[in-house]
Design a protein around this ligand. Structure first.
Ligand code: OXD
Ligand code: MN
Length: 602
């Protein structure tokens, strides 16, 4: 469409800084056209139709207004090795982030950006993270040459003209530059998923300037810059400067049979069941759950001294494999229509399928576009296949999920995927101990990042790939927030739904039955139940875990709540080495916690 003299024309932009930035990027990237997004459904439909016409999007007959995309096989996940936190000093980024000096990184990337949008339209996407106009929201503008990104951003954030209105002539925004890095020469046939080779991919953050530059990848976590790049990496650095928190956390509300509400925020590494927990259906009678967010929480201390959380996103970018009616019915009901699927299998009756969704179809087209039958020894969907769906489509989305002031958090949960050692649940003795739990959280790696799967890695607060500054300073920020919150600080728990027997069988059913563990946390919060001291924290008394209606072998429960001092002692050297990495940035209060743990273990 011709954007001349319309709101889609960059000449219509009233924000001076934005107008100038768009002009600069236009000169640098040399696109064939520029288009300012208005966020309307008509815009989404038109751009999606263009992708369907080119063969990039496959319309699904079984799900209204839903489309399947197949990425390039090299572009299926976040690329942590190619992700940079760029400050003038390496020490500001800390030992857990890749670092290159901003001058050098910009020089390299400017070389790549030069002419990189040739033959393509450059889209300008004004978006709000958080309800438009909320005191906790932030405005970003993503420039991209990917129509896939435009449509995903429509679902994942609040896009469009109303954001430009809030921005006004002088308002500040976070510039997010993205290119797939695949210029089109005249007459050149486009591929169905253009992107740059791995060594040219850069996901770069300049936190001192609140600036994001992403190049070469079209995958969600690398390309939907409002999500991991803005709402976690840049926001965590802003949050530290401004005294709030940007965390890799789901937010849920539990209501007990007496009508009392509890708000829970939980940090789990990627692909460890955050979306399942966020949409849990309690199996205990009388308890009700509502979803407020499945991936990110922004939290500020409110006028009453409590910590208030909003979900800055507007959609779910969930891992598809494993999602099924028996594991997460609310997610399944959220993805019936208006969904973008990426790297799922395509069935013969024009639906998507992935492993464990239902019995395998007799035949499908796999995520690489090849014939697939169940006898194949590889999966039909990529392990990190995704769905992008509007949060408003979740049947149990909380009526308060867009409340501008957020909801008050009562409970924090940390966790990870551990086949052994870590019990089903334990509670921190106090805030410092809880911060210690978060700082030492560990999990077996998953397919959400390119790299080996199944190795144990320490993933503090599930923020290892997402912390926009030195992780030791981040720990200190958590301690400082606790000092400010005082007795209004949320209670902290650590869970592990993933314990296995020596034979590799799950010890705990998980999913909706996790509500039994959440109920115990709520009762601890209310002071209704006692707990048992152990070297690692407070554990439930067996009789306080509500197992009504659950056929859990007694031995399983014993095993799930066991603290094996020898196994924990064996973890100490690894924790020590982990802390050592943070050097002079490591808060003494956490080293003291390690010493206390050592003493309690005897
Ligand atoms: C995600 C991730 O996509 O954490 O949420 O990788
Ligand atoms: Mn995540």
């Amino acid at each position: 469409m011709n954007p001349q003299n319309t709101k889609h024309d960059p000449a219509s932009l009233v924000n001076k800084q934005l107008k100038q930035w768009v002009q600069e990027i236009n000169e640098l990237c040399a696109p064939a056209a520029i288009y300012v997004c208005d966020g309307s459904k008509a815009e989404y439909d038109r751009i999606m139709a263009e992708m369907a016409a080119s063969g990039m999007a496959i319309p699904l007959e079984k799900r209204s207004n839903s489309f399947l995309f197949r990425s390039d096989p090299s572009d299926v996940a976040r690329v942590e090795d190619r992700t940079y936190i760029s400050y003038p000093e390496r020490d500001q980024a800390g030992p857990t982030n890749n670092w290159v000096h901003p001058d050098e990184l910009k020089r390299t990337m400017l070389g790549l950006y030069k002419g990189c949008m040739k033959g393509r339209t450059m889209y300008v996407i004004p978006f709000s993270m958080g309800p438009v106009g909320s005191p906790l929201a932030k405005i970003g503008v993503e420039i991209t040459d990917s129509r896939y990104v435009v449509c995903n951003m429509h679902i994942m954030t609040r896009v469009g003209t109303r954001v430009l209105e809030v921005l006004g002539a002088e308002g500040e925004f976070i510039p997010c530059l993205h290119s797939i890095g695949a210029p089109l020469e005249p007459g050149q046939q486009d591929s169905s998923w253009p992107c740059a080779p791995i060594e040219q991919k850069y996901i770069s953050h300049f936190p001192d300037e609140n600036l994001i530059w992403s190049y070469g990848s079209g995958y969600g976590g690398n390309a939907l810059l409002g999500k991991k790049c803005l709402a976690l990496r840049i926001a965590s650095a802003m949050a530290r400067r401004e005294g709030w928190m940007a965390e890799h956390m789901l937010i849920l509300r539990l209501t007990n049979p007496q009508g009392r509400q509890f708000h829970i925020a939980g940090a789990f590494p990627s692909a460890c069941g955050k979306t399942n927990l966020a949409m849990l259906m309690p199996t205990i009678p009388g308890w009700k759950a509502e979803c407020l967010g499945d991936d990110i929480a922004w939290m500020k201390i409110g006028p009453d001294g409590r910590l208030y959380a909003i979900n800055p996103e507007a959609g779910f970018f969930g891992v598809a494999p494993g999602t099924a009616y028996n594991t997460n019915p609310m997610a399944m009901d959220s993805i019936k229509e208006n969904v973008i699927f990426t790297n799922c299998a395509l069935t013969d009756d024009s639906d998507v399928w992935w492993e464990l969704m239902s019995p395998p179809p007799a035949h499908a087209i796999d995520w690489k576009g090849k014939d697939w039958t169940p006898d194949k020894d590889y999966p039909a969907a990529h392990a990190n296949a995704r769905f992008t769906a509007p949060a408003s489509q979740c049947p149990i989305i909380s009526p308060d999920w867009e409340k501008p002031e957020g909801v008050p958090i009562d409970i924090f949960i940390f966790g990870g995927r551990r086949a052994s050692v870590v019990p089903l649940v334990h509670e921190a003795y106090d805030w410092d101990h809880g911060v210690f739990m978060g700082a030492t959280a560990a999990s077996e790696t998953t397919a959400a990042n390119i790299g080996a799967v199944g190795n144990l890695r320490r993933d503090p607060f599930a923020m290892l790939p997402f912390c926009g500054y030195h992780m030791g300073d981040y720990f200190a920020h958590w301690l400082a927030m606790g000092d400010r919150l005082g007795d209004k600080a949320p209670r902290i728990f650590y869970v592990n739904w993933f314990r296995k027997t020596a034979e590799g069988k799950w010890l705990w059913p998980g999913f909706g039955d996790n509500s039994r563990v959440l109920k115990w946390m709520c009762e601890r919060f209310e002071g209704k139940v006692q707990a048992q001291e152990s070297p690692i924290g407070l554990l439930p008394l067996k009789q306080d875990l509500d197992l009504t209606g659950l056929k859990l072998p007694a031995d399983n429960l014993t095993e799930l709540l066991k603290v094996d001092a020898a196994a924990w002692k064996a973890e100490l050297p690894d924790i020590e080495a982990h802390f050592k990495k943070f050097d002079s940035h490591m808060p003494a209060r956490l080293s003291n916690q390690l010493q206390k743990l050592r003493e309690r273990l005897g």
